[in-house]
Write a protein that binds this ligand. Structure first.
Ligand SMILES: Cc1cc2nc3c(=O)[nH]c(=O)nc-3n(C[C@H](O)[C@H](O)[C@H](O)COP(=O)(O)OP(=O)(O)OC[C@H]3O[C@@H](n4cnc5c(N)ncnc54)[C@H](O)[C@@H]3O)c2cc1C
Length: 379
């Protein structure tokens, strides 16, 4: 198949809106394939929002493909097991048959991708907000500037202006549960005896529904996700209502006391976005702009990165941008659709509380290898 950049004789130009995990991955992968790439971030600096993140085999393979894996592995952690507790008693310990997975802070992952984007020569513009795009390949910025390009990538998150300016048909809904996400110091010694290097998914249904996802990121940083229904005013309160959390998880008091000091803590519900299509002419949507999903299976960013990386692969193999985008969506979308649906079902039914729920179907996205384009796990 023809490589677009080789047949056209000059580098093709891509404008990418949004410097989250999706936009950064798309920008690096396109640049590696010879595109001239400009990445627009509406914020005044390039930084990650949120606390911690899980990446699985699929996302780690993307990092390998964009040459950022080493930087990410250094300073992140693979817990010995993913343990599930119900009412403070262990019900399962999962190791996923050796499937690679990793926990890290969001800033750690973001910094590694920004560094790689700089190294490969992505042109990065901050304070540069995309306000609209059109399928012929024009991106309009808040400054009024209109840029013509061979490809526009809308990686501008769940509230995407690129998407909404074009009028993709969409369903959007939010969850009944939400989460407060924080990074606190590890404090292993203060927690006393216990397997504190594990991920521990601690569920309680009585007397209230409260869950803590305890996730060590490295020797010094601990990611805490404190889940409670939005209808529970104390569980969803920020800054944290220390008493209500310590009552349910007394053994975590040292960490929770640190968490309660964080004035900037936010309680977020989970958004789901389902579109009729991810593609219109020369515009492709990647990441949460196309497929925001519930985080039960921890795959929103993983799928976003796979889809962004795969987009560059398809563009390298077709002779027109429009054809490449159509083939890309057809090829890659089913994995995301299945994962989004199952993750939504798991979140609605609080299924992870049963333990041993990372079934083969639940790990479909995680098992995918975007470099070899096969399910390469178990090997
Ligand atoms: C509670 C929770 C836990 C999660 N845990 C995991 C997990 O463990 N593993 C996992 O894989 N996924 C997880 N996810 C999902 C993951 O966070 C998202 O899917 C992922 O961050 C989406 O990345 P993105 O780049 O598409 O969007 P975003 O991260 O939203 O990035 C969008 C970027 O675009 C910028 N921007 C916005 N609008 C514009 C504009 N108009 N012009 C220019 N720039 C703009 C923003 O400032 C931002 O930098 C979780 C989600 C939630 C809610």
């Amino acid at each position: 198949m023809a490589n677009l950049n080789k047949t056209s004789g000059k580098a093709l130009r891509a404008e990418v809106a949004g410097a989250g995990f999706a936009g950064l991955t798309a920008a690096i992968a396109l640049r590696q394939n010879g595109w001239d790439v400009t990445l627009h971030e509406k914020d005044s600096e390039l930084r990650a929002f949120g606390a911690g993140i899980y990446l699985w085999h699929n996302g780690l393979r993307v990092l390998e493909g964009v040459d950022a894996l080493e930087d990410v592995l250094e300073g992140s952690h693979t817990p010995p097991t993913y343990e599930t507790w119900m009412h403070n008693k262990s019900v399962s310990k999962e190791t996923f048959n050796g499937l690679p997975w990793r926990v890290m802070t969001r800033s750690h992952l973001h910094n590694a991708l920004v560094k790689r984007a700089r190294d490969v020569g992505v042109n990065m513009r901050v304070n540069s907000e995309a306000v609209s795009a059109d399928p012929e390949g024009r991106l309009t910025l808040n400054s009024g500037e209109v840029i013509e390009a061979d490809l526009i990538v809308g990686a501008d998150g769940v509230g995407s202006k690129v998407r909404d300016s074009i009028g993709f048909e969409q369903d959007r809904w939010v969850s009944t549960d939400g989460i407060i996400r924080l990074i606190v110091p590890r404090m292993k010694k203060e927690l006393g005896d216990g397997e504190w290097d594990n991920t521990i998914d601690m569920w309680n249904f009585e007397p209230r529904v409260q869950r803590i996802l305890y996730s060590p990121c490295n020797e010094n940083e601990l990611y805490l996700g404190l889940m409670a229904p939005a209808a529970d005013p104390r569980g969803s309160k920020v800054p944290l209502d220390l008493e209500v959390w310590v009552e349910m998880f007394p053994f975590l008091e040292p960490c929770l006391a640190e968490a309660a000091k964080l004035e900037t803590a936010r309680y977020d519900k989970y958004a789901t976005t389902k579109l009729d299509s991810w593609v219109r002419g020369k515009v492709a949507l990647v990441g949460d702009s196309a497929h925001a999903m519930c985080p039960a299976l921890a795959q929103g960013a993983g799928c976003a990165m796979v889809n962004a990386f795969s987009l560059a692969q398809d563009l390298a193999e077709q002779s027109s941008v429009e054809d490449a985008l159509v083939s890309w969506e057809k090829r890659i979308r089913p994995i995301t659709d299945n994962t989004q649906a199952l993750s939504g079902e798991y979140a609605a039914n609080r299924s992870l509380s049963k333990g041993n729920m990372f079934t083969t179907a639940a790990l479909q996205a995680a098992r995918y290898d975007p470099i070899r384009r096969v399910y390469s796990w178990p090997q």
